[in-house]
Design a protein around this ligand. Sequence first.
Ligand SMILES: [Zn+2]
Ligand SMILES: [Zn+2]
Length: 329
Amino acid sequence: MQQVILERPGKFRIQEKPEPAAGAGEALVKIHRIGVCGTDLHAFAGRQPFFDYPRVLGHELGVEVLSLPTDGAVPEGISVGSRCAIEPYLYCGECPTCRAGRTNCCHRLRTLGVHTDGGMQATFAIPVRLLHPSASLSFDQLALVETLGIGAQAVRRSQLSGAESALVVGAGPIGLAVIQFAQASGARVRVLEPNPLRRDFVARLGVEAAADWSGFDRQPADIVFDATGNLASMENSFDLVAPGGRLVFVGLVIGRVSFDDPSFHRRELTILASRNSAGLFPWIIQRIEQGVIDTQPWITHRLALSSVPDRFPELPGQPQLVKALIEVD
Ligand SMILES: [Zn+2]
Ligand SMILES: [Zn+2]
């Protein structure tokens, strides 16, 4: 079978490998779609922290079940031929954090396609507990569940209610995921985004967008989601929150974030971090099945698995890029 391996920054290579054998508790799946994420672009550029090469990328996966383990429990609704999303988070299940139900912040957490090899290949053997089926979603939709999860978790952490206002800073794929779940909560949602193409995209979702805060008459929001991963933006976001409000850092920056304490105290703000989405996959799949969340407009680029070494390097420079999907057919 074909596998695409990122040998070092800037260099993908295709290799032929024997099909993997499923171990105890593992399912064998055929990969149909692989979403390209910011993490993948950073790894290709050599900018992803704590990253080892060579690595098989791919953690946003729409798959078909080829075989199931006969030696253990198989999650409900999964049989050979089922279409599934893969939850790419390998948590230990034993540490106090996992036992408290916070598997998304397990301190031994490893992500498929980041810390261990992922899904840029034709078939894959993975623990069956990571599969989440849908009877009606397409492989395209299933490959976007993981990205959506980042937004779902951020909105869940914020406890945003329909009576509150939300401001999303940054409308890349992570910001878009936040926007969709914030909209679904019934809240008024506004977006700050300097890129006019992205602002147009957001406007088509029916969300108000401005290039900077003066575009909103400097009206603060009850909840601010910073989805930029940009230090200056994250520090600036403190000023956008209304008294008593919450600031959620969805994007991550490697470094220290500072803020003016009297201004923070005067408004009695709450800061929240949000990371991945372990545990939310069934709920997200249900929301897409219900039509509440629609990711079809996000898919702006498609490429075949075999063309990754040639075409992946073009992706970062594409101004219209929202989501690229790799097809394995
Ligand atoms: Zn991702
Ligand atoms: Zn753990």
